[in-house]
Design a protein around this ligand. Sequence first.
Ligand SMILES: Nc1ncnc2c1ncn2[C@@H]1O[C@H](COP(=O)(O)OP(=O)(O)OP(=O)(O)O)[C@@H](O)[C@H]1O
Length: 225
Amino acid sequence: MIEMQDAAYGYGAEPLLSGLSLHLPPGSFHFLTGPSGAGKTTFLKLCYAELLPTGGHISLFGHTATGLARDGIADLRQRIGVVHQDCNFLDHLPLRDNLALPLTVTGKGSMVQESNLTELIGWVGLSARANAFPPELSGGERQRAALARAIIMDPDLILADEPTGNVDWDMSLRLLNLLVELNKLGKTVVIATHDLALIRAAKQRVQARVLRIQGGQIISAGADL
Ligand SMILES: Nc1ncnc2c1ncn2[C@@H]1O[C@H](COP(=O)(O)OP(=O)(O)OP(=O)(O)O)[C@@H](O)[C@H]1O
């Protein structure tokens, strides 16, 4: 699904990430950890071709990232759901309309029935908030809404950047359970997080691999967690 061979990325002359060689197979569940500023968000951006490698090779769904034309990137993005760290929504639209936006933008609105949208909103536990405006939502509600928005296009791969940032432990577990459920449905999941307790909790629920970014490289950190 995603393969990297000696991939590198740098915002300036110096590489931030280098020597990235890994394979994320379909249906796998990965955590990505590492200190603030290590490059977790940058790594995720490489996974959805928001950034292209400045060295080495990245293959996304069998396509070389650097060889993708604009259409290819658009097709790819439909197969990837991203839960962004900042959970931005359009504040003047109710939650339900915000969640339907990716469908409207891609012209798939008519293919996805209203009932599916209602079901998705219920699945993340936001039925009672469907008509609320984003500024009225709590942090945990926003995070669940961001997850719902990421999966509305039924992606094969879900990339979540600190999906439990700013929420309490119960809400973190609730979000984790949703992501585990998606993985059990066959979706590949990658979660960037600082939260080692979350990773430990996940290990009781799913077979997860833990990757750590350290010194600009990715190392496998499974055994010590
Ligand atoms: N657009 C950019 N231009 C220049 N430098 C950037 C840019 N985006 C990120 N950086 C720098 O790259 C480094 C890695 O950033 P990144 O956001 O990938 O780290 P992170 O591990 O996700 O951090 P955090 O855990 O704090 O979210 C940081 O030093 C950051 O300042």
